[in-house]
Design a protein around this ligand. Structure first.
Ligand code: ZN
Length: 149
């Protein structure tokens, strides 16, 4: 693990937890998912608005630890405006970099997503970081709830 990614990760988690982006109820969402991580107690409600295959808006509410809140904040920031296929691809990339210890981290390719690879330094917290992403995937599949267990 590159030390600079771990440092950046801590910085980003601190910033996004203190000032979460897209933290609001969305009245006109056409997908809503209740996500739960029983391991830590993190709860999230993810609101997604999909127009013609584009994730035109995404927001969340919920209560959880700093990592789950920061990860949800960052996820909403990253996927807003992407196509459903691009969002699905981002989920797969995120899943690979957070769960596989030897997945290569290419900063240029990953952009903002790269910092989340920093969670690998804290294996017990991986499910906190993945909750929002599993919720996103559930929304893309038109499901209404998901747990990380
Ligand atoms: Zn947590």
């Amino acid at each position: 693990m590159l030390d600079n990614i771990r440092d950046l990760y801590q910085e980003v988690v601190f910033d996004h937890n203190r000032n979460p982006r897209n933290f609001r109820v969305m009245e006109n969402a056409n997908r809503t998912v209740e996500g739960f991580n029983p391991l830590c107690g993190d709860k999230i409600t993810l609101y997604v608005k999909i127009d013609d295959g584009i994730v035109s808006d995404v927001s969340f509410q919920g209560q959880g630890c700093a990592i789950s809140t920061a990860s949800a904040s960052l996820m909403t920031d990253i996927v807003k405006g992407k196509s459903e296929a691009e969002a699905e691809h981002l989920f797969e990339v995120f899943h690979r970099i957070t769960t596989s210890q030897d997945a290569a981290i290419n900063l240029d390719e990953l952009g903002k997503l790269a910092v989340l690879a920093g969670v690998r330094a804290y294996p017990a917290r991986v499910k906190c970081a993945t909750l929002a992403w599993h919720s996103l995937q559930a929304a893309l599949k038109n499901q209404t709830s998901v747990t990380t267990e």
